[in-house]
Design a binder for this molecule. Structure first.
Ligand SMILES: NC(=O)c1ccc[n+]([C@@H]2O[C@H](COP(=O)([O-])OP(=O)(O)OC[C@H]3O[C@@H](n4cnc5c(N)ncnc54)[C@H](OP(=O)(O)O)[C@@H]3O)[C@@H](O)[C@H]2O)c1
Length: 283
């Protein structure tokens, strides 16, 4: 699997593990634990969560999953609710996430989406958390170009490492403006919903003759091609969520798929990127 190099030189695996809705059902718990560990054992050591996910249940599941592993070999990402992202609550929020994860630092802490607390205050708090050693770096999520520009206008805003946004073959709006803007500044994109939620966000993906043809050529399924598509660029990290080891294995295999220039052209034709600015898609 390829690594992505963050602005501070840190190398992280291009394929990570999402965890939204995981840890919430006792019936699924053992399978989810196994899925996360299978992923870690096979190089998917970047794990994405948030205080929002199951109101801490996802972080608790991850906390248990990572117990046998060397913490330094993992890259843990969590997110703070916008209304907690100020000096009144962020320090407690971060501490609670650390406790649930059973660790004493986060590799990356994200503002989950833009809110009403001034960005200058959030950035100052993120920098303080960094100085305290509670987080190694910080970033944002669901920030469109104008949000990023505002972020860059506040003191320390340029220390943002990552913007996590919705990105899949059926939703390519970020390619027009946001992604180039971030690329110019060395900010890594983290693609969420890379599988379009197994096709649920855009039904025609699963039935696309082009996707089926490319999948056949690679002896894999359409979802694996969807995932491979999100990893074409070397500064995009992809974080599919899978709650079984079987699904994680299929996703891990997708990280080895190399799409040819002809295949990329076919995908562009069938699911073109917009040729004008469109509002950031969100889930
Ligand atoms: N920052 C944000 O606002 C934001 C928003 C949304 C998501 N996220 C993050 O991004 C992660 C990924 O997004 P997502 O979970 O919404 O959607 P996704 O990863 O595009 O799709 C997840 C769905 O795909 C299924 N799946 C996974 N691998 C599969 C495979 N190999 N074959 C068949 N089905 C497969 C999963 O089923 P099973 O669970 O049954 O395996 C699940 O139903 C989230 O978990 C979360 O960490 C962030």
């Amino acid at each position: 699997m390829r690594n992505v190099i963050l602005k501070d030189g840190t190398e992280v695996p291009q394929l990570g593990q999402g965890t939204w809705y995981m840890g919430e059902s006792s019936r699924k718990y053992a399978g989810e634990l196994e899925a996360l560990r299978w992923g870690i054992d096979h190089g998917m050591t970047l794990i994405d969560t948030a205080e929002m996910y199951g109101e801490g249940a996802s972080e608790e599941l991850i906390g248990e999953a990572i117990q046998p592993y060397d913490r330094e070999k993992l890259f843990l990402v969590s997110k703070v609710y916008p209304w907690n992202a100020g000096r009144r609550n962020i320090f407690d929020s971060c501490e609670a996430s650390l406790e649930r994860l059973g660790t004493d630092y986060l590799d990356l802490y994200l503002l989950h989406w833009p809110g009403s607390i001034p960005l200058a205050e959030t950035v100052a708090c993120m920098e303080k958390l960094k100085a305290q050693g509670k987080i190694r770096r910080w970033g944002v999520s669901n920030f469109d170009t104008y949000d990023m520009q505002e972020l860059y206008s506040v003191k320390g805003g340029e220390n943002c490492m990552v913007n996590q946004v919705l990105y899949h073959l059926g939703s390519r709006g970020v390619e027009y403006e946001l992604l180039p803007w971030m690329q110019e500044r060395g900010i890594t994109m983290m693609a969420y919903c890379p599988l379009a939620q197994a096709g649920r966000l855009r039904r025609e993906l699963l039935n696309s003759p082009v996707l089926k043809q490319i999948a056949e050529a690679h002896d894999c399924d359409v979802l694996q091609i969807l995932l491979a598509f999100t990893m074409i660029r070397d500064n995009v990290i992809s974080i599919p969520k899978a709650s079984s080891a079987v699904h994680v294995k299929a996703n891990r295999e997708a990280a080895e798929i190399v799409l040819t220039a002809e295949e990329c052209a076919l995908l562009d034709q069938a699911f073109p990127a917009p040729t004008h600015k469109v509002r950031l898609d969100m889930q």
